[in-house]
Design a protein around this ligand. Sequence first.
Ligand SMILES: NC(=O)c1ccc[n+]([C@@H]2O[C@H](COP(=O)([O-])OP(=O)(O)OC[C@H]3O[C@@H](n4cnc5c(N)ncnc54)[C@H](OP(=O)(O)O)[C@@H]3O)[C@@H](O)[C@H]2O)c1
Length: 283
Amino acid sequence: MADYRQHMPSYVITGASRGIGLEFVRQLSKDALNQIFALVRNTHTASQLLALSTQHPNIRVLQADIVDHAALKAAAAEVASATGGTLDYLINNAAYMDPERNMLTLDGYPQGQEALLEEDIHKFIQVNVIGVIHTINAFLPLVRAGGTKKVIAISSGVGDLAFTVEAGYVISAPYSISKAALNLAIAKYAAQYKAEGILFASISPGLVDTAQKPPDEQWWTASPEELEAFGQMIERFKNAAPGWDGRPIQPEQSVRMVLAVIDQLTIEDTGAFVSHHGNKVWL
Ligand SMILES: NC(=O)c1ccc[n+]([C@@H]2O[C@H](COP(=O)([O-])OP(=O)(O)OC[C@H]3O[C@@H](n4cnc5c(N)ncnc54)[C@H](OP(=O)(O)O)[C@@H]3O)[C@@H](O)[C@H]2O)c1
């Protein structure tokens, strides 16, 4: 007898408590056929996600810090038991992006504070690179057994070498370095798993207003000096992207565009690093 059950595409989204991750869950959960596994590092404080999950039974909230590989394996086991051992899409969205000392250049740390520079680089690499690698390793057996086989890393245009030089983007170095390293990790997986038909790609979401503040307030908590430097950054980005209006986009638009890119990517694109436009236009 024919099986009339429809396939329920399954998604794991990390960093689903707020910002772009929460928006992925919001948009994907609208389709009742999608099965969403929303990973957060603290289920008790993820109040917006918990509220959303009470309205959408296709959202399951799981706890795992992405630097904790044992917690990730436990989350993967929970997903496997719900899906029968498979996963269609893994979206690595979680990232450390603390703007503290963001305005310093690599050689701008005060004399005697080299340890702080090292600490910053380690912290960004630990979460944004090693954390994503642990996540991929934990979920890869499920993706290999899945139907769609797409693994995405949410990266950033500031991890693009050409854009960095063109825009004169000298600040935010530890974060930018972590995203460039992430892109290479994704290329390594792509090289290894192309023959198996698993797509790996890094996608930048654009410059997105994810501050949890009323829309009319400044979109980033910052000192006057930081705000001035931020204004300079916007001017530099505009020089590198003349068509851009200088304003961040909203999570709704960013996620809609990124989901369209994910949909269009095929195994022939594996290892790609593209923007929310699906190309190298980062803004
Ligand atoms: N916003 C932008 O303009 C922009 C531009 C380029 C790229 N991106 C990238 O887009 C992604 C999402 O950015 P966003 O603006 O939505 O960031 P966000 O609002 O700061 O949210 C970051 C998310 O990552 C989670 N997270 C941080 N460290 C984690 C860890 N160790 N384990 C598990 N989860 C962790 C946070 O959880 P908690 O709630 O527990 O802290 C939060 O859910 C990031 O990869 C970011 O690099 C953003």
